[in-house]
Design a protein around this ligand. Structure first.
Ligand code: TYD
Length: 207
Protein backbone atom coordinates (compact mmCIF):
# COMPACT_ATOMS: atom_id res chain seq x y z
CA UNK A 1 0.00 0.00 0.00
CA UNK A 2 1.14 3.51 -0.80
CA UNK A 3 0.81 6.64 1.30
CA UNK A 4 -2.18 8.93 1.23
CA UNK A 5 -1.77 12.58 2.26
CA UNK A 6 -4.45 15.27 2.12
CA UNK A 7 -4.04 19.03 2.34
CA UNK A 8 -7.01 20.96 3.71
CA UNK A 9 -7.82 24.53 4.66
CA UNK A 10 -10.00 27.52 3.87
CA UNK A 11 -9.84 29.22 0.47
CA UNK A 12 -6.56 31.10 0.12
CA UNK A 13 -4.66 29.02 2.67
CA UNK A 14 -2.04 28.00 0.11
CA UNK A 15 -3.07 24.37 -0.34
CA UNK A 16 -2.19 23.94 -4.01
CA UNK A 17 1.26 25.55 -3.61
CA UNK A 18 2.07 23.31 -0.66
CA UNK A 19 0.64 20.19 -2.32
CA UNK A 20 2.92 20.80 -5.30
CA UNK A 21 6.01 21.39 -3.13
CA UNK A 22 5.30 18.24 -1.13
CA UNK A 23 4.84 16.23 -4.34
CA UNK A 24 8.23 17.49 -5.56
CA UNK A 25 9.82 16.59 -2.22
CA UNK A 26 8.56 13.00 -2.50
CA UNK A 27 9.62 12.78 -6.16
CA UNK A 28 13.14 13.88 -5.29
CA UNK A 29 13.24 11.02 -2.81
CA UNK A 30 12.39 8.64 -5.62
CA UNK A 31 8.70 8.03 -4.89
CA UNK A 32 6.07 7.82 -7.57
CA UNK A 33 3.59 10.57 -6.77
CA UNK A 34 0.02 11.23 -7.84
CA UNK A 35 -0.91 14.87 -7.21
CA UNK A 36 -4.66 15.33 -7.36
CA UNK A 37 -7.48 17.59 -6.15
CA UNK A 38 -11.17 17.93 -5.36
CA UNK A 39 -13.40 18.97 -6.96
CA UNK A 40 -11.79 16.81 -9.65
CA UNK A 41 -11.51 17.48 -13.37
CA UNK A 42 -13.89 14.63 -14.22
CA UNK A 43 -17.48 15.00 -15.42
CA UNK A 44 -18.73 15.26 -11.82
CA UNK A 45 -16.17 17.91 -10.96
CA UNK A 46 -17.19 19.86 -14.03
CA UNK A 47 -20.83 19.58 -13.03
CA UNK A 48 -19.97 20.95 -9.59
CA UNK A 49 -18.13 23.89 -11.10
CA UNK A 50 -21.10 24.59 -13.35
CA UNK A 51 -23.87 24.16 -10.79
CA UNK A 52 -22.23 25.23 -7.59
CA UNK A 53 -19.02 27.16 -7.91
CA UNK A 54 -19.47 29.57 -10.75
CA UNK A 55 -22.46 31.02 -8.95
CA UNK A 56 -24.89 33.11 -10.83
CA UNK A 57 -26.32 36.41 -9.87
CA UNK A 58 -28.06 34.74 -6.95
CA UNK A 59 -24.82 33.00 -5.99
CA UNK A 60 -24.58 30.12 -3.65
CA UNK A 61 -24.79 32.03 -0.43
CA UNK A 62 -28.22 33.61 -0.62
CA UNK A 63 -30.55 30.99 -1.87
CA UNK A 64 -28.33 28.30 -3.34
CA UNK A 65 -28.99 27.48 -6.96
CA UNK A 66 -29.25 23.87 -5.89
CA UNK A 67 -30.12 22.63 -2.41
CA UNK A 68 -27.33 22.19 0.11
CA UNK A 69 -28.09 18.46 0.23
CA UNK A 70 -27.78 18.13 -3.55
CA UNK A 71 -24.52 20.05 -3.36
CA UNK A 72 -23.19 17.64 -0.71
CA UNK A 73 -24.29 14.66 -2.81
CA UNK A 74 -22.52 16.05 -5.88
CA UNK A 75 -19.28 16.51 -3.95
CA UNK A 76 -19.67 12.95 -2.61
CA UNK A 77 -20.34 11.55 -6.10
CA UNK A 78 -17.25 13.30 -7.43
CA UNK A 79 -15.28 11.87 -4.50
CA UNK A 80 -16.58 8.33 -5.10
CA UNK A 81 -15.26 8.46 -8.66
CA UNK A 82 -12.01 9.97 -7.38
CA UNK A 83 -11.55 7.18 -4.80
CA UNK A 84 -12.43 4.29 -7.12
CA UNK A 85 -10.78 5.46 -10.32
CA UNK A 86 -7.65 7.15 -9.01
CA UNK A 87 -6.90 7.10 -5.28
CA UNK A 88 -7.46 3.40 -4.52
CA UNK A 89 -5.66 2.02 -7.61
CA UNK A 90 -2.72 4.40 -7.05
CA UNK A 91 -2.37 3.37 -3.41
CA UNK A 92 -2.59 -0.28 -4.39
CA UNK A 93 0.24 0.34 -6.85
CA UNK A 94 2.34 1.65 -3.95
CA UNK A 95 2.28 5.30 -4.98
CA UNK A 96 2.17 8.42 -2.84
CA UNK A 97 -1.17 10.16 -3.35
CA UNK A 98 -1.42 13.84 -2.40
CA UNK A 99 -4.88 15.36 -2.63
CA UNK A 100 -5.64 19.07 -2.45
CA UNK A 101 -8.96 18.76 -0.50
CA UNK A 102 -10.92 15.59 0.35
CA UNK A 103 -13.97 14.67 2.42
CA UNK A 104 -12.91 16.96 5.26
CA UNK A 105 -13.80 19.83 2.88
CA UNK A 106 -17.32 18.47 2.67
CA UNK A 107 -17.52 18.22 6.45
CA UNK A 108 -16.17 21.75 6.99
CA UNK A 109 -18.04 23.54 4.18
CA UNK A 110 -21.34 21.67 3.95
CA UNK A 111 -21.60 21.67 7.75
CA UNK A 112 -21.06 25.43 7.59
CA UNK A 113 -24.03 25.54 5.20
CA UNK A 114 -26.17 24.12 7.98
CA UNK A 115 -26.21 20.43 7.07
CA UNK A 116 -26.02 17.80 9.78
CA UNK A 117 -22.41 16.78 10.48
CA UNK A 118 -23.27 13.17 11.29
CA UNK A 119 -25.15 12.81 7.99
CA UNK A 120 -22.14 14.22 6.14
CA UNK A 121 -19.78 11.81 7.92
CA UNK A 122 -22.06 8.87 7.06
CA UNK A 123 -22.36 10.00 3.44
CA UNK A 124 -18.57 10.04 3.10
CA UNK A 125 -17.91 6.78 4.94
CA UNK A 126 -16.85 5.09 1.68
CA UNK A 127 -13.86 7.43 1.40
CA UNK A 128 -10.57 5.74 2.30
CA UNK A 129 -9.06 7.41 5.37
CA UNK A 130 -5.77 9.16 4.59
CA UNK A 131 -2.57 8.46 6.54
CA UNK A 132 -2.14 12.16 7.21
CA UNK A 133 -4.24 15.30 6.76
CA UNK A 134 -2.43 18.63 6.86
CA UNK A 135 -4.73 21.44 7.87
CA UNK A 136 -3.30 24.79 6.75
CA UNK A 137 -4.73 27.17 9.30
CA UNK A 138 -4.74 30.96 9.16
CA UNK A 139 -7.09 33.82 10.05
CA UNK A 140 -9.74 34.57 7.43
CA UNK A 141 -8.57 38.18 7.19
CA UNK A 142 -5.22 36.92 5.92
CA UNK A 143 -6.66 34.37 3.49
CA UNK A 144 -9.01 36.99 2.02
CA UNK A 145 -6.00 39.21 1.24
CA UNK A 146 -4.44 36.35 -0.70
CA UNK A 147 -7.64 35.56 -2.58
CA UNK A 148 -8.09 39.17 -3.65
CA UNK A 149 -4.80 38.90 -5.48
CA UNK A 150 -6.08 35.98 -7.56
CA UNK A 151 -7.59 36.53 -10.95
CA UNK A 152 -10.31 33.90 -10.77
CA UNK A 153 -12.72 34.12 -7.89
CA UNK A 154 -15.58 31.87 -6.92
CA UNK A 155 -18.67 32.87 -5.07
CA UNK A 156 -17.30 30.95 -2.11
CA UNK A 157 -14.18 33.04 -1.93
CA UNK A 158 -16.01 36.29 -1.40
CA UNK A 159 -17.91 35.44 1.70
CA UNK A 160 -15.94 36.13 4.84
CA UNK A 161 -18.56 34.92 7.29
CA UNK A 162 -18.76 31.51 5.67
CA UNK A 163 -14.98 31.23 5.64
CA UNK A 164 -14.85 32.02 9.36
CA UNK A 165 -17.32 29.28 10.08
CA UNK A 166 -15.42 26.87 7.84
CA UNK A 167 -12.18 27.65 9.68
CA UNK A 168 -13.85 26.97 13.05
CA UNK A 169 -15.29 23.74 11.69
CA UNK A 170 -11.90 22.54 10.47
CA UNK A 171 -10.39 23.20 13.90
CA UNK A 172 -13.22 21.31 15.55
CA UNK A 173 -12.81 18.41 13.12
CA UNK A 174 -9.11 18.28 14.05
CA UNK A 175 -10.25 17.31 17.55
CA UNK A 176 -12.36 14.50 16.18
CA UNK A 177 -10.13 13.03 13.46
CA UNK A 178 -6.68 12.19 14.85
CA UNK A 179 -5.13 12.08 11.35
CA UNK A 180 -5.61 15.87 11.06
CA UNK A 181 -2.51 17.86 12.01
CA UNK A 182 -2.63 21.65 12.12
CA UNK A 183 0.07 23.71 10.42
CA UNK A 184 0.29 27.47 10.88
CA UNK A 185 -0.21 28.87 7.37
CA UNK A 186 0.82 32.43 8.28
CA UNK A 187 4.51 31.73 7.72
CA UNK A 188 6.45 31.97 4.43
CA UNK A 189 5.89 29.38 1.71
CA UNK A 190 9.27 27.85 2.52
CA UNK A 191 8.69 27.68 6.28
CA UNK A 192 5.28 26.11 5.82
CA UNK A 193 6.79 23.53 3.47
CA UNK A 194 9.47 22.72 6.05
CA UNK A 195 6.81 22.31 8.75
CA UNK A 196 4.88 19.95 6.49
CA UNK A 197 7.99 17.89 5.71
CA UNK A 198 8.78 17.66 9.44
CA UNK A 199 5.23 16.41 10.06
CA UNK A 200 5.44 13.87 7.25
CA UNK A 201 8.75 12.56 8.57
CA UNK A 202 7.45 12.42 12.12
CA UNK A 203 4.03 10.94 11.40
CA UNK A 204 4.77 8.65 8.48
CA UNK A 205 8.41 7.75 8.78
CA UNK A 206 8.48 8.01 12.59
CA UNK A 207 11.74 9.92 12.52
P1 TYD B 1 -11.17 24.92 -4.67
O1 TYD B 1 -10.17 24.06 -3.99
O2 TYD B 1 -11.10 26.38 -4.40
O3 TYD B 1 -11.14 24.61 -6.22
P2 TYD B 1 -10.74 25.59 -7.40
O4 TYD B 1 -9.59 26.40 -6.91
O5 TYD B 1 -10.35 24.62 -8.47
O6 TYD B 1 -11.96 26.36 -7.73
O7 TYD B 1 -12.60 24.37 -4.28
C1 TYD B 1 -13.71 25.02 -4.68
C2 TYD B 1 -14.67 25.29 -3.54
O8 TYD B 1 -15.43 24.12 -3.26
C3 TYD B 1 -14.00 25.71 -2.24
O9 TYD B 1 -14.56 26.93 -1.80
C4 TYD B 1 -14.38 24.63 -1.29
C5 TYD B 1 -15.61 24.00 -1.89
N1 TYD B 1 -15.79 22.58 -1.53
C6 TYD B 1 -16.89 22.21 -0.77
O10 TYD B 1 -17.71 23.04 -0.38
N2 TYD B 1 -17.08 20.88 -0.48
C7 TYD B 1 -16.22 19.91 -0.89
O11 TYD B 1 -16.42 18.72 -0.60
C8 TYD B 1 -15.08 20.31 -1.70
C9 TYD B 1 -14.13 19.28 -2.19
C10 TYD B 1 -14.92 21.66 -1.99
Amino acid sequence: MGTFIVIEGIDGAGKSTQAKLLAEWFEKKGYEVVLTKEPTDTAFGKLIRRLVLTGGKEGIIDGARISHEAEALLFAADRAEHVHKLIKPSLEAGKVVISDRYFYSSLAYQWARGLDLEWLIDLNRFAIRPDLVILLDLPVKESMKRINGRSIKTEFDKIVELQKKVRENYLELAGRFPEIKIVNAMASVEDIHNDIVALVEHELFKK
